[in-house]
Design a protein around this ligand. Sequence first.
Ligand code: ATP
Ligand code: MG
Length: 214
Amino acid sequence: MKLLEAKHISHHFDYPLFYDVSLTLHARESIAVIGKSGSGKSTLLNIFSTLLKPDEGSVHLFGKDVSSMTQAELTRIKRKELGIVFQSHYLFKGFSAFENLEVAAILAEESIDEALLEKLDIKECMPQKVTELSGGQQQRVSIARVLTKKPTIIFADEPTGNLDKETAHVVMDLFFEYLEEREAGMMLVTHDEELAHRCMHVYKLQDKKLLKVK
Ligand SMILES: Nc1ncnc2c1ncn2[C@@H]1O[C@H](COP(=O)(O)OP(=O)(O)OP(=O)(O)O)[C@@H](O)[C@H]1O
Ligand SMILES: [Mg+2]
């Protein structure tokens, strides 16, 4: 089943970032996007996850063109189907780690999975304020928050940038387990080629093109 299909996407800000980007994400698939800082990886994820409208091209989610969706449909999809791990964590700062997960669970009408907290080794820090957590703990809480929603597509932008190698692999294991369990798909942006190559497909943003490298 096709979860996401992007066709001929182009985008620019102050200068052109990329042209004619096309790709498809199926259920149980993982796609990594690598490329130099500033090449437009986060911008591409923002386009795929409906947060940004591309200059040209189309994005279909679950078989429907995003540009033809009503505001209500977009809101539902963002709330229920898409899980976005942002490059900077975007947790609610005044709240505890637990409250951050609670908000996600309530909005998505799902429950918090204790086993997930154990696997991410963040059970102990649940009562703490987000601002008291280390960078890596914040990163793991934001991953837990996204998985708590039980999304059908995970968009993860450098989700392991603040983690040691071992913990980064634990997070990747968890993602892959999740994809199998929920028949979900994942688009991962990373600078870590080793982690990228654990994904089924690897693309590289280079010379304003998205090239398939695996
Ligand atoms: N909202 C915006 N307005 C203007 N320019 C932007 C905006 N978002 C990104 N850019 C520019 O687009 C270019 C690509 O940014 P983007 O964040 O997509 O790169 P990236 O590949 O994710 O980089 P990094 O690896 O450092 O995260 C940069 O030059 C950036 O300044
Ligand atoms: Mg980025």
